[in-house]
Design a protein around this ligand. Structure first.
Ligand SMILES: Cc1cc2nc3c(=O)[nH]c(=O)nc-3n(C[C@H](O)[C@H](O)[C@H](O)COP(=O)(O)O)c2cc1C
Length: 345
């Protein structure tokens, strides 16, 4: 059974990402990173060998850069709400006015990166930082937008350390006057190619910074419900036109799963008792299960979501959660591959 699933997973990876297992477009964490995506020219990721996730720790690091103070206010609001360690990024050259002369300096920094994003020389120097990435499983990046891109000093930080964030959950909070933040999201994914990005970034316009406390709290509680005692750990699973409720474990794995929702997976049939989908990396804490029951939602090998609709046993899994009432689950999942949507309640 296990060998068959591994073989099928290999096939899925060979065919193309998402061919047998697709997820919502913003869910980059659901794709298996390739060596090519790692950006070998980046200082930290030059070996060409895929790095293993380094998420031994369970803390959150908030990293911010601010030129005119908005990101600092946002970072402060987040720190007041959530238990995070914080790190400010500062340009090596002090006192530069990036907005002077119609944003001349900011503009030239961004064009240098656009011209040659894989060269370290394109990124402005920042002050040295001391951070032990092993302590963190989550990094929240708070940054301004410059010319529809991530502000240059934050790009410098991620260029240097993005490789150390492989496998970590990455949250993005962006402030701009009015421009949309998709370019900043793309920068983040280019600079942290193996990050497991949250399903939603938070965009705070300059005019909204006064409401940073409410906006950041609502976003944080939605993205990290396990860190908020009042938040629900229930998800709705929809397949074949029917919906079921699953209780998600109050564990590192369960919380990371909640952080990836909503998620739609094309799940593959196996053995008449389970549907599975590779490509969703979550923290792993496997144990041997002699008996698996219908409704068990499990993580196999750290990146395979398995939903059982019949009993099984004898393999190592990390439990993600359990469907409370499995009446009609087998019928809804059907005999073959099926699209299954997981969303928060
Ligand atoms: C060099 C530079 C370029 C900017 N480009 C844009 C832009 O293209 N679109 C926009 O809406 N805001 C732009 N802004 C405004 C900032 O994104 C916005 O004021 C943000 O809230 C500033 O955050 P901070 O106070 O943390 O620096 C730019 C600001 C600077 C300094």
């Amino acid at each position: 059974m296990k060998a068959l699933r591994l073989f099928l997973a290999g096939c899925a990876a060979l065919v193309s990402l998402g061919a047998s297992c697709s997820a919502d477009p913003l869910q980059t964490g659901t794709e298996k990173p390739t060596t090519e995506q790692k950006g070998d020219e980046q200082g930290q990721a030059g070996s060409g060998v895929p790095e293993k996730p380094e998420s031994n720790g369970s803390k959150t690091l908030l990293v911010w850069y601010s030129f005119t103070g908005n990101s600092t206010a946002i970072a402060k609001a987040l720190r007041a709400h959530a238990s995070v360690d914080a790190l400010e990024i500062k340009p090596a050259e002090e006192g530069l006015d990036y907005a002077a002369n119609n944003y001349a300096i900011g503009s030239s920094l961004i064009s240098a990166i656009r011209k040659n994003p894989s060269s370290a020389a394109s990124y402005p120097a920042i002050k040295e930082v001391e951070v032990s990435f092993d302590d963190y499983d989550t990094v929240i990046v708070v940054t301004p937008l410059w010319w529809s891109q991530m502000a240059a000093p934050m790009q410098s930080f991620l260029f240097k350390y993005g490789g150390k964030m492989a496998g970590k959950t990455i949250g993005l909070v962006v402030t701009s006057s009015s421009s949309g933040i998709s370019g900043v999201e793309q920068d983040a994914k280019r600079l942290v190619p193996q990050g497991s990005f949250l399903s939603e970034s938070l965009w705070i316009r300059s005019a909204q910074v006064g409401s940073a406390a409410e906006l950041t709290a609502a976003w944080y509680d939605k993205m990290f419900p396990g860190n908020n005692e009042n938040a629900s750990m229930k998800v709705t699973i929809t397949a074949g036109g029917k919906s079921f409720t699953a209780e998600i474990e109050d564990s590192e794995t369960g919380k990371a799963f909640m952080g990836k929702l909503p998620l739609t997976l094309e799940m593959t049939e196996l053995n008449g008792n389970e549907k599975y989908c590779y490509g969703v990396s979550l923290p792993r804490n496997d144990k041997h299960y002699d008996q698996i029951e219908a409704g068990d939602l499990m993580l196999y090998s750290g990146d395979c979501i398995v939903l059982f609709y019949g009993s099984a046993g004898g393999y190592n899994y990390t439990r993600i959660g359990k469907v409370a009432d499995v009446t009609g689950l087998a019928n809804a999942l059907g005999n073959g591959s099926v699209n299954v949507k997981f969303e928060k309640q």
